[in-house]
Design a protein around this ligand. Sequence first.
Ligand code: APR
Ligand code: PHB
Length: 394
Amino acid sequence: MRSQRSQVVVVGAGPSGLLLSHLLAARGVDSVVLEARSQAYVGARVRAGILEHSTVEVLREAGLDGRLRAEGAEHRGIHLHWPGERHHLDFVDLVGRSVWAYGQTEVQKDLVAATTARGQEVHYEVTDVALHDLATDSPHVTFTDATGLARRIDTDAVVGCDGAFGPSRAAVPDGVRTTWERTYPFSWLGIMADVAPSTDELIYAWHPDGFAMHSLRSPTVSRFYLQVPAGTDVTTWSDDRIWDALALRLGHGQDGWELTPGPITDRSVLPMRSFVQTPMRHGRLFLVGDAAHTVPPTGAKGLNLAVADVGLLAPALVALLRDGDPGPAGSYSDRALRRVWRCTHFSWWMTSMLHTGEDPFDHQLQLSQLRWVTSSGAAAAGLAENYAGLPLEL
Ligand code: APR
Ligand code: PHB
């Protein structure tokens, strides 16, 4: 077995893992990143693409906002739609903050470029990652690299950035961890289409048949979602069925607005779930991003929460490992969880307001809520504050 030492071992090279490794390197703390998949696979995953204010700030401080500002689109707010009504909520007017539409695939590309330029050690296609002695001050991680070589890294801290299915979450002993979960009886059918967006900013639409959303990726690529029952087989949705449902639910023809269809290049069904595991720290193991929490995508919080965790943990690890100050690392879990629960509530609330079931009483409550957030400045500001992003520390 080949042995080495690194101050930090990061498990997972998604946005959390690469951003953390980059921020640590910038502050003189070395790390090794271990990723189960290939670089190409990680770089091609299609995911939500709205960056809130504090995410853009963290990326700016990391020197990673160049292409985002050049190629991303700054959005002042969102449109809320239901049959007969469409309202724009202007976050800049309401709370003085905007959001950016910039695909997560692009964020991942920028992170790969930055970590490669810095010569960061990232091992792709590793197997058998196992975490050891986490409750001591000198844990170690074992794994098999892409060439089949068994390896060991002795370290001061292990960071689980390995998403909802990685080994880090489960490395917290049963008596220590608590899991909190809500499942929803619906999923999203997501499609990518080679067509110019029919909207300037995102449309979130309530409809008795189910929620729909119009998002965008570039001047020539649009992203759409349709609420479908959980467990839906994607092959039961033909192109025509998808475009008909989007047209109906998004209000094609209402007040002259038209939805332009185009070739569908990707389609998949995304399950909806709220999940939190507490605490986010156990000894020298720290959990970040999807390793600790999953939100339904309605509030576009998944990536933003992951970046916020990293924004808290990076300085905490620097304090611990470079300056010998254990304070911020000790409080990381409590501080991160304040925001995690705020975003978990917001994502659940947006989901509950916009997704329809069979119950007509629920429909009336939802419509009342929609009328309220689009007519009361106070209610609109509440939505805007949560959507455009709260400060890193709550
Ligand atoms: N060993 C090494 N790596 C692993 C292992 C393992 N056993 N298991 C999972 N991984 C890797 C995955 O292959 C993935 O690349 O961990 C990475 C986790 O990345 P994400 O799932 O993207 O999670 P995170 O970086 O926290 O991002 C959170 O961004 O990707 C979105 O939906 C996600 O919005 C959420 C946010
Ligand atoms: C997306 O662009 O994929 C997207 C945007 C906003 C959401 C969810 C997904 O709330």
